[in-house]
Ligand binder design. Structure first.
Ligand code: HEC
Length: 179
């Protein structure tokens, strides 16, 4: 009886907190950290498809005893490319989160029309790459990496710091396109 009551309480607590967490959890990392931790490594996996056939047998000779190398043979080949594309597609939700701060302490301009447009482009091109990866089409993925690089670049041209253009990070003048 006592166990049952505790279980019901735990269940209530879990359901309650799961609901509020998704709505109230504020962003934790800066925009730059999301770029370093998610955008950079996952897009590099996709860019590598230009030079390396993901379907080719993996090189398993470099097991140095680390956890990473010990488990490097579990998810391999095209599945790695699929996963990278999906993570990039879904990460639009992360960079669009209200309250995300840039490394310079300013709020990321996630509400601006051009930001949202380029973030959306990331999802669209990543989705296309995912589809091409499912078809195991190295040429098509390689071709699509141009669109991926373009999607990164469009946003960076306006919102990422650039020494030559002397822009502050996450500030930019912002080209406001008509909605
Ligand atoms: C919608 C806008 C947007 C898109 C799309 C975008 N970025 Fe960024 N990126 C930024 C902003 C803004 C910064 C500066 C963040 C800061 O200063 O906190 C940045 C910074 C970076 C940095 C530098 C992090 C550092 O060490 O300072 C890297 C690397 C990066 N982005 C990679 C990428 C890649 C790769 C893609 C495409 C796959 C991409 N980004 C797509 C907005 C974007």
């Amino acid at each position: 009886m006592r166990v049952a009551v505790v279980m019901v309480m735990m269940l209530g607590l879990t359901v309650g907190s799961a609901g509020s967490e998704s709505a109230d959890t504020p962003p934790i990392g800066t925009m730059a950290q999301i770029m370093r931790g998610i955008y950079f490594p996952n897009s590099n996996i996709i860019f590598d498809v230009q030079m390396q056939d993901p379907g080719a047998p993996a090189d398993t000779s470099s097991d140095d005893g680390t956890v990473t190398s010990s488990f490097s043979g579990i998810y391999t080949g095209w599945q790695v490319v699929e996963n990278a594309a999906l993570v990039l597609a879904e990460s639009t939700a992360l960079i669009n989160m209200e309250g995300r701060i840039c490394e310079n302490g300013r709020m990321a301009p996630v509400q601006r029309y051009d930001w949202q447009k380029w973030a959306r482009e990331m999802t669209d091109v990543s989705w296309e790459i995912y589809q091409a990866a499912l078809r195991r089409d190295q040429d098509e993925v390689s071709e699509l990496t141009n669109n991926l690089a373009e999607a990164c670049d469009s946003c960076h041209r306006v919102y990422r710091s650039n020494a030559q253009q002397n822009r502050m990070r996450c500030l930019g003048t912002g080209v406001i396109l008509p909605p």
